[in-house]
Design a protein around this ligand. Sequence first.
Ligand SMILES: [Zn+2]
Ligand SMILES: [Zn+2]
Length: 338
Amino acid sequence: MKQAVITGVRQAELADVAEPRPFENWVVVKIHAAPMCTEYKSFIAGHNASLMGHEAAGEVVAAAQPCRVKAGDRVAVMPLAGCGQCEYCLSGDFIHCARALDFVGLTGQETGHSTMAQYVLKPDWLLPKLPDDMSYAHGGLTCCALGPSFGAMQTMNVSAFDTVLITGLGPVGLGAVVNARYRGAQVIAAESHPWRVQRAQEMGVAAVIDPRSDDPLGQIRALTHGRGADCAVDCSGTVQAERLCIDATRRKGKVAFIGECNDDLAIRISPDMIRKGLTLIGAWHYNLNDIAKVLQVIQNSPLIDLLVSHTFPMSRIQEAFELQASGECAKVILDPWG
Ligand SMILES: [Zn+2]
Ligand SMILES: [Zn+2]
């Protein structure tokens, strides 16, 4: 099968690799839509990567034993995998599985672990079925496009009573706008990239402030009658934006961090937490039991087509990565068969 690989700095191509074989309750899914996520960072840095992609939607084509899905089922492919046995997996929070899976050791296969490929190997219980009338491109939005912010907003109970600050409007941030708007919340966004600012405005955000301008905190306070946002979601993974989320959220408000960040944010326990009464959470994905609600957002949100800006045949992987590196896109989806 074809699989995307990075071969150098800003160089990507397709390689021929072995097709995965079904194994116990791990079934083979023919991928029809592979949303692109953070892999472009490896593309820019030139990190050789042969296992790229963790988001997909497709069709089950082979199972080794009777299981929860069968050949012909149209499914979303959840990111990563879990052991299926620990307390986190059993309660639907498989993304936080307590036992690290050794894919190669367990399955005896070197391929099938990534989704920028024509087939993927996945445990049957991580393949929720898609509604018959949902496209694969939309089905793939159940992964990182909508997933992390959906999980955050479920935990924060975001509703139509709330003003939500969203910092960073990459695909995850634009997904957060879709989730917040679906819940009826008013959105204030912080972003400086012109393409993404415009896309957020098309999605009906109340205001977009430039985080690099003078006094973004003052602008958010002015937009909220001096009170601050009720909730904030950082999708940028920068310390500056994380601090803005904490400072611009009102007393007793809630802040969720969903942008991966390797730098150290300094949290001041007394002023930020105890006296302000903030709730700070991290969210990676949503509980698997909420999949029906995520599918409902996809089916009913009038903004969903604005969340997918481009679809490329995987044969144009180079072009797709270059577009992502430019930032002039929302979610970009690969068709591994084109
Ligand atoms: Zn587990
Ligand atoms: Zn992702």
